[in-house]
Design a protein around this ligand. Structure first.
Ligand code: MTE
Ligand code: HPA
Ligand code: MOS
Length: 815
């Protein structure tokens, strides 16, 4: 954490300092107010949802008498009760709030029960399981991306980008390979589930407390649903207990249903989804199946490449168009591809509507490139790191992305060099080969993977933000901005920016809840742009006030306004000084406006959605990781032994928060690629819908050695204090874990049959089953190896997944 100790520059009271999260004390003491903690108003009712039992069916009849007569039930509402538009879709209007005549996935809300308690509402809603309540005529259901692709069923037209002559270059290349790969989806698993609390107000007004990344969108969908103008609806969010993309659009169905019930009953209504319902109703990260092809030279340099990315979009469009576009724009990752063809498909299936999840399609695009490079290295018998290096973007040449943007801020090479040195990669690879030679059952693997991630919403108009800053008469400051706090530390960074502008200690600045009645027409807090855009907007607002204050100070103290300094809670001019609060009071008496709005629009970004070219990203964030794993070739269990992460946060505004984001993103990505397995049965019922069957990483999955460092850098673009966005990019550092497991499997295969040029057919998530399947496919017989040697390394500590697998096999937990 070397930047953490950096002394703040003159006048910068709080920039670049490792300050704790603004709510850290509240988080750990349990005092932080989440939506469910807001004291309930008298008369509050509770809603629960009746869910569909079929993946695709016509609703033949709906008889809600039994539900209405259940204990505690006040009302039951259906699509017919919606006064305005029955839609909560963010882009295409194909997301019914409540099913109307047809259900499109298993878990779709069909009706809502409003009762006197949460528990009674849920009990009544469970009657949706009865044939007497809802009768269906099942229709054909398409469940997987592969099925939908075969049927050419997409939620939007296929995206197709071609540069140069990839087919010809592949045909003429000295080496060629083709491959397939698949990666699973991922449930956001925010610790605080989806929730909304709606309060009806006078004169057709509605106040909705929503756990959402996108209050403006919630305001608008609620207004449309009620048939009201937007000014009649307020959406407010103090904080979320995590969003991870899952609350960018999909908080909408909960906000709408709570507001619908509140409107119909003229009572406050809360809808808090039970965790299983949350899993069944909401979309996840898009899983993907890939087909790829490449031609390359003896050094592994790619001469031509083609990929076909089929993403499972689910039953509706949601944000899948932008996700598929970001996947397409991240296939290149850190590598120059002169001749390339990328097809990105958003496949329509009868499953939950997949949505944003940290990385937003970027991880799905870049992962297959890393797999392809690993294939190439194995085919040529080279260290995968050397093949990666041979393909890195250049500087001033070989620097144009497939979508036409020049990579102007490329730091991949020096960053990777630094990590190779600090992690001891070369020596460790050599040591691993020796270790593996002596260890017949446990095999180690190591991998280094780089990240280049485009920062900005890939829909240009979304790159705007607003803020509102009040300086009160006593000199204390209240900041409101359009971004939302989901644990990522946005409010802390924005407070640092404003405190710095006024030269105040952080304690003088308070950031209030996001509220659509304070700052209008905001974008989602997403695409990692939160602090970039809201930080700039808040700085703009604060600067306007500071300039007015400086004029007052110059009058009082002498000198000119430009030379007035704000620092240490004081204002200095002309050799004299006065406390900030005193100046503020003087300005008030002089009738100077002490509050201001602020606005920011990201420069440079543009995108042509027809040609799939442009400059979609203001800049790129970079990083690299080395992971070392050990796998047990008998059981498929594995463990991450050590990870070294070097990440570029530009000139970090808050190194403590940024390092937290890097660690969190890495571990969350590792969960996606290893233990988090979503599994639907053949009826389209998601069977892994609770922590009992869906395994997110536990504290014990953190490697004993986790070395995280910020790369010394500053943004080439004039972003807020030349920092870089850090929310999503580090998730891609986890690729190194999957590729290290692949490396260990290759080592096992090499030990069994002599050096192999085959790439391990390892799917993701690399669960113990997937690892065993890959070993099987490579004819590695670990039992034989174990028999031959009795002095192997000590057994791998059992991972939660392995324990779950053991439970599934024997029917009893082994602990
Ligand atoms: N960190 C925490 N603790 N909780 C979250 O929900 N969401 C991630 C990332 N980091 C998330 C998080 C996602 S998906 C995004 S886009 C960014 O934070 C959003 O916040 P930012 O733009 O302010 O970085
Ligand atoms: N990230 C997150 N949300 C978005 C994006 C993006 O790039 N584009 C449109 N919505
Ligand atoms: Mo993040 S997936 O852009 O909410």
């Amino acid at each position: 954490m070397d930047q953490a100790t950096r002394a703040p520059a003159t006048g910068e009271t709080a920039i670049g300092v490792a300050l704790p999260h603004e709510s850290a004390a509240l988080h750990v003491s349990g005092e932080a107010t989440y939506t469910d903690d807001i004291p309930e108003l008298n008369g509050t009712l509770h809603a629960a949802l009746g869910l569909s039992r079929h993946a695709h069916a016509r609703i033949v009849s709906l008889d809600l008498e039994a539900v209405k007569n259940a204990p505690g039930v006040v009302a039951v509402l259906t699509a017919d009760d919606i006064p305005g538009e029955n839609n909560c879709g963010p882009v295409v209007h194909d997301d019914p709030i409540l099913a109307d005549g047809e259900v499109l996935y298993l878990g779709q809300p069909v009706f809502v029960v409003i009762a006197t308690s949460h528990d009674l509402a849920r009990r009544a809603a469970a009657l949706a399981k009865s044939d007497d309540v809802v009768r269906y005529e099942p229709l054909e259901a398409i469940l997987t991306a592969a099925q939908a692709k075969a049927k050419k069923q997409f939620v939007l037209p296929p995206l197709h980008l071609k540069r140069g002559a990839p087919a010809e270059k592949i045909a003429a290349a000295p080496h060629r390979l083709t491959g397939t790969f698949e990666v699973g989806g991922q449930e956001q698993f925010y610790l605080e589930g989806q929730i909304a609390y709606a309060l009806p107000k006078e004169m057709d007004g509605m106040h909705v407390y929503s756990s959402t990344q996108h209050p403006t969108e919630m305001q608008l969908v609620v207004a449309h649903m009620l048939g009201w103008p937007a000014h009649s609806v307020v959406c407010e969010c103090r904080r979320m207990g995590g969003g991870f993309g899952g609350k960018e659009s999909q908080s909408a169905i909960f906000a709408c249903i709570a507001a619908l019930a509140a409107h119909r009953l003229r009572r406050p209504v809360k809808l808090r989804a039970d965790r299983d319902d949350d899993f069944m109703i909401t979309g996840k990260r898009h899983d993907a199946v890939y087909e790829y092809e490449a031609g390359f030279d003896d050094q592994g340099r790619i001469l031509g490449a083609r990929v076909d990315i089929a993403l499972r979009a689910g039953f509706s469009a949601d944000l899948s168009g932008a996700v598929a576009t970001r996947a397409l724009c991240h296939f290149d990752n850190a590598y120059y591809l002169s001749d390339v063809e990328i097809v990105s498909l958003a496949c329509r299936t009868n499953t939950q509507s997949n949505t944003a999840f940290r990385g937003f399609g970027g991880p799905q695009g870049a992962l297959v490139m890393e797999v392809l490079l690993d294939d190439i290295a194995r085919r040529l018998g080279l260290d995968p790191l050397d093949v990666r290096r041979a393909n890195f973007y250049g500087i001033g040449e070989r620097d144009v992305t497939p979508y036409g943007q020049h990579v102007e801020d490329n730091i991949v090479e020096p960053l990777v060099d630094e990590l190779v040195a600090s992690s001891g990669y070369r020596a460790r690879r050599a040591a691993l080969a020796e270790l593996n030679a002596r260890s017949p059952v446990l095999k180690r693997g190591i991998a280094l993977t780089p990240v280049k991630f485009g920062i900005s919403f890939n829909v240009p108009f979304l790159n705007q933000a607003g803020a509102l800053v009040h300086v009160y008469k006593d000199g204390s400051v209240l900041v409101n901005h359009g971004g939302t706090e989901m644990g990522q530390g946005l409010n802390t960074k924005v407070a640092q920016v404003v405190a710095n502008e006024f030269g105040l200690p952080l304690s003088q600045v308070r950031v209030s809840a996001t509220d659509t009645s304070k700052v209008a027409n905001t974008s989602a807090t997403a695409a990692s742009t939160g602090s970039d855009i809201n930080g700039k907007a808040a700085e703009d607002a604060a600067r306007k006030i500071r300039e007015r204050l400086a004029a007052v100070a110059a009058k009082l103290l002498g000198g000119d306004a430009q030379s007035v300094r704000f620092a240490r809670g004081h204002v200095d001019a002309n050799g004299a000084s006065m406390p900030f609060a005193q100046l503020v009071n003087a300005a008030y008496l002089a009738r100077v406006q002490l509050w201001s709005d602020g606005f920011y629009a990201t420069p440079k970004v543009h995108w042509d959605a027809k040609t799939l070219t442009g400059h979609p990203f203001y800049y790129f964030a970079y990083g690299a990781a080395v992971s070392e794993v050990v796998i047990d070739t008998l059981t498929g269990e594995w463990k991450l032994l050590r990870a070294d992460l070097l990440h570029d946060a530009g000139r970090s505004i808050n190194p403590a928060i940024d390092i937290g984001q890097i660690e969190g993103g890495f571990i969350q990505g590792m969960g996606w690629l290893t233990t988090e397995e979503l599994w639907w049965n053949r009826d389209g019922r998601l069977m892994t819908h609770a922590p009992s069957t869906y395994k997110i990483p536990a504290l014990s999955d953190t490697p004993a050695a986790l070395n995280v460092r910020l790369y010394r850098n500053e943004n080439a673009e004039p972003t807020i204090f030349r920092s870089k966005a850090v929310g999503e990019p580090p998730l891609l550092l986890s690729f190194s874990v999957l590729l290290a497991i692949r490396d260990a499997i290759a080592a096992a295969a090499g030990a069994a049959h002599g050096e192999t040029r085959e790439a391990p057919p390892l799917r993701a998530p690399a669960t113990p089953e997937a690892i065993l399947d890959a070993l099987d496919a490579m004819h590695v017989d670990a039992t034989n190896a174990a028999r031959q040697s009795r002095n192997s390394e000590p057994a791998v500590t059992k991972s939660p997944v392995a324990r779950a697998a053991a439970t599934a096999r024997t029917g009893t937990p082994d602990r």
